[in-house]
Design a protein around this ligand. Structure first.
Ligand code: F6P
Length: 318
C-alpha cells in the first residue's frame, strides 16, 4: 500500500480529529503517503483532495468537529456517482480509503469496496447506533455534554419545582438519552426502542409530585416524536409547569473526552494496519474494551441491541 485517503462523512462527532491524526501519523511512520479529502463523499466526487503530512494534524487531538469538514451527500447512493468517485480515487493513485462516519457513510464505503477500492470504516457518531460495536467515537463526549446541560437545567427546575423535558439527539437509537438519563438522574427516559403511553409518562410525573420531588426530569430522544407536544401534554394533565429544552447541535461540539481521544487513536491506528494487511470492506469497533474489525456487510446488518438492564437500573433508581 503506497497511498491512502481519508475522509469524514455524515454528522461530525468529537474525536474525529483524533482519529484523522492517528490515521495520518500511522500511515506516515509506515512510509505510506496520505491525502485528505474535504467534505466527505461530496468532496471526493468533486476531487477535493490534498496531501497531508505530520503537521497537517498537529494541534487537533483536542479539537471538536472535523478538520476535513463533512457533508451529507445522499446522492452517493446512486451507482454512477459512486463510480465517478472510484474513478477519482484511481486517478489520484489512492489505493486505500479510510472513512470515518456512521451507517450511511459505511454504506458508501461498502459501495466503493465493491468497485475495487480498499476501504476501512471507523465509527464516528454521537448516536452510538451501530450494532457491531460497543461504542462509537463521539458518544462519550456527547453524553458528558448532555449531563452538563442536565445539571444546569436541574438547578433552575428544582428552584421552580417544574417538570423539565430535555430532548437529546438520536434518531433511531436511544443510547444518548438512556446513558445521559441514568447519569443525570432522569425520572423518565423516552427512547425510540421502547413503547410507552402518555399515561405512563404522566404517572411518573405524578408519582414525583406525591413524593414531593423538587423537580421532574424527562429525557427524550429526538426519534421518539414531538417533544413540544409531549411537554405541553405533561403540563396540561399534571398541572405542573413544564419547560422543554432541546439541546440540539450543542451535543455534537466540544473538545473530545479522554475516552473518545483514546478510542479514536486506537481505531485510526488499526485502520492503517488493516490496509497494510491488504484488508478491505472492514469496519473497526470495540467489544469489551478490545479493538475488533468486522466485515462491513455483516456489520451493517447488526441492529444495536437496546440495553434493557441499564434502562431497568435507571427506572429502579428514580
Ligand atoms: O447522526 C448524528 C445526528 O447528530 C443525529 O443524532 C441527528 O438526528 C442528526 O445527526 C442531525 O443531523 P444534521 O446536523 O444534519 O441536522
Amino acid at each position: 500500500m503506497k497511498k491512502i485517503g481519508i475522509l469524514t462523512s455524515g454528522g461530525d462527532a468529537p474525536g474525529m480529529n483524533a482519529a484523522i491524526r492517528a490515521v495520518v501519523r500511522t500511515a506516515l511512520v509506515n512510509n505510506i503517503e496520505v491525502v485528505g479529502i474535504h467534505k466527505g463523499y461530496l468532496g471526493l466526487h468533486e476531487g477535493e483532495i490534498f496531501p497531508m503530512d505530520r503537521s497537517s494534524v498537529s494541534d487537533i487531538i483536542q479539537k471538536g468537529g472535523t478538520i476535513l469538514k463533512t457533508a451529507r451527500f445522499p446522492e452517493f447512493a446512486q451507482p454512477e456517482v459512486r463510480e465517478k468517485a472510484a474513478q477519482v480515487l484511481k486517478i489520484y493513485g489512492i489505493e486505500g480509503l479510510v472513512v470515518i462516519g456512521g451507517d450511511g457513510s459505511f454504506r458508501g464505503a461498502k459501495g466503493l469496496a465493491e468497485l475495487g477500492i480498499k476501504t476501512i470504516g471507523i465509527p464516528g457518531t454521537i448516536d452510538n447506533d451501530l450494532g457491531y460495536t460497543d461504542r462509537t467515537i463521539g458518544f462519550d463526549t456527547a453524553q458528558n455534554t448532555v449531563i452538563d446541560a442536565i445539571n444546569k437545567i436541574r438547578d433552575t427546575s428544582s428552584s421552580h419545582q417544574r417538570v423539565s423535558v430535555v430532548e437529546v439527539m438520536g434518531r433511531d437509537c436511544g443510547d444518548l438519552a438512556l446513558y445521559a438519563g441514568l447519569a443525570g438522574g432522569a425520572t423518565t427516559i423516552l427512547v425510540p426502542e421502547k413503547k410507552f403511553t402518555k399515561e405512563e409518562i404522566i404517572k411518573t410525573v405524578m408519582d414525583g409530585k406525591r413524593q414531593k420531588k423538587h423537580h421532574n426530569l424527562v429525557v427524550i430522544a429526538e426519534g421518539v416524536g414531538n417533544s413540544d407536544e409531549i411537554a405541553k401534554e405533561i403540563e396540561e394533565i399534571s398541572g405542573i409547569e413544564t419547560r422543554l429544552t432541546v439541546l440540539g447541535h450543542i451535543q455534537r461540539g466540544g473538545a473530545p473526552s479522554a475516552y473518545d481521544r483514546i478510542l479514536a487513536s486506537r481505531m485510526g491506528h488499526r485502520a492503517v494496519e488493516l490496509l497494510m494487511e491488504g484488508k478491505s470492506a472492514r469496519v473497526i469497533g470495540t467489544v469489551k474494551g478490545e479493538i475488533v474489525d468486522y466485515d462491513i456487510h455483516e456489520a451493517l446488518t447488526i441492529k444495536r441491541p437496546f440495553n434493557e438492564k441499564l434502562y431497568q437500573i435507571a427506572m429502579d433508581l428514580v
